[in-house]
Write a protein that binds this ligand. Structure first.
Ligand SMILES: Cc1ncc(COP(=O)(O)O)c(C=O)c1O
Length: 409
């Protein structure tokens, strides 16, 4: 205990006061209660992490390369492998263009620091990954929220008309592939059009491709590659972010950007001021995993498991959700978006679902840009980290909670 017990209010910076509590953290604590089946947080499958391969690689690294515990230059081997991976997303690039980050969240934060002045204008979808909005809040920006939906993704006509009307945002942040939370992917034509808009209005577009390597299951559920990355349609205005979080393990905190060469030195300086390095050990571990050629089989395993889990969720929804509820068929990724009749308040439903039925989800309000109310009766179901049996049981429980909210027995 300090000898002097002092008091007083510590004044916060404007940006910090704007950040507020993270609603998903509150949801997480509800969903961690024993016995709760949780569709709440976007966790990749714990049972599918390649723990044995990573543990062997770590033991080998620590025995033979103590330098992997040292500060270090970004791993050239890892950059070379990432350049190889990018070819699968239709993006030709050299290892020199790869910028290593501590996950794509850091990538977007760095790019925002690079491009967005405090109080500046920025464009983002109105229903979007909550931590993108959370990241932006500290800039206290002027937000231009673009309509989007689970059927078509971002409304490009709205983007165009806003720019046509004189808006000049510092950037547009978008998730073109396996959108979080809507589960939708933009088709090739829409990608071409968005790249064209970016060029015409000289609009930097941050493409968050966190789910791009998880494939595209298509309407027939057969499984295939996701559409080529937006960056493959423009290599000047599209700034690409990728990540190993969803295809290897999020705790490694390794991601990357493919960024125009002239922006790299400033980005490197910003990154250095923020955290010096992406963990040298994590970089070496990921590089060893890729060098051993283990990624393709691992990807196939997780894609197949996510397809199976998604099918279990779709089956259970069709069997037991009440009429009036609607949901989409996600084309990859880890999320289903469910729209309930407007009289249901999903945040309120969450409380009763956890208390009475022991099932949790993320309420739509968590993903609403600028505190919008448009998603108040929506739910995001994250199915990747549950077995098909848990999914089936969880959706049956949820259906009971929804019926109760609708006043049905
Ligand atoms: C769309 C999107 N971008 C970025 C992230 C964060 O990824 P990372 O772990 O690479 O920082 C997530 C995590 O859920 C996400 O859904």
């Amino acid at each position: 205990m300090p000898e002097i017990v002092s008091s007083g209010t510590i004044r916060l910076a404007r940006g910090a006061s704007a950040t507020g509590p993270n609603i998903l953290r509150q949801v997480l604590s509800l969903s961690m209660r024993p016995g709760v089946i949780s569709f709440a947080i976007g966790l990749p499958a714990t049972d599918l992490f390649p723990a044995d391969d990573l543990s062997r690689a770590a033991a080998d690294l620590l025995a033979r390369q103590p330098g992997s515990l040292q500060y270090g230059e970004p791993s050239q081997l890892l950059k070379a492998h990432i350049a190889g991976l990018m070819a699968q997303r239709g993006v030709p690039c050299t290892p020199e263009q790869v910028f290593l980050t501590a996950g794509s969240q850091q990538g977007m934060d760095l790019l925002a620091h690079l491009l967005l002045d405090p109080g500046g204008q920025v464009m983002i979808e109105r229903t979007v990954y909550e931590c993108a909005n959370g990241m932006l809040r500290k800039f206290v920006p002027e937000i231009l929220a673009v309509p989007n939906d689970a059927a078509n993704g971002i409304d490009l006509a709205a983007v165009e008309s806003s720019l046509e009307g004189g808006a000049r945002p510092a950037f547009l942040y978008v998730i073109p592939t396996a959108h979080n939370p809507l589960g939708v992917s933009l088709g090739l034509e829409a990608r071409r059009r968005l790249a064209e808009i970016a060029r015409r209005y000289e609009l930097p577009v941050i493409e968050d491709d966190a789910y791009g390597f998880l494939g595209d299951d298509g309407a027939d559920g057969a499984g295939g590659e996701a559409p080529a990355a937006l960056r493959s349609f423009d290599d000047r205005w599209v700034l690409y972010l990728g990540s190993f979080s969803k295809i290897l393990a999020p705790s490694l905190r390794v991601g990357w950007g493919i960024i125009p060469a002239d922006l790299l030195p400033r980005l490197q300086a910003l990154k250095h001021s923020m955290d010096i390095d992406t963990s040298t050990l994590s970089q070496a571990l990921v590089a060893a995993f890729l060098e051993a050629g283990l990624l393709p089989d691992h990807l196939e395993r997780i894609r197949a498991a996510y397809r199976q889990r998604r099918e279990a969720a779709l089956r259970a929804l069709a069997e037991c959700f009440p009429t009036g509820a609607r949901w989409n068929r996600p084309t990859g990724g880890m999320f289903l978006w469910v729209e309930l009749p407007p009289e249901v308040d999903a945040a309120e439903l969450l409380r009763t679902a956890v208390e009475i039925e022991h099932v949790a989800f993320s309420p739509g309000v968590a993903f609403a840009t600028g505190g919008g109310r448009h998603a108040d009766s929506c739910l995001r179901l994250s199915y990747a980290n549950l077995t098909p049996e848990q999914i089936d049981e969880g959706i049956r429980r949820l259906a009971r909670a929804v019926r109760r909210a609708l006043g049905q027995s």
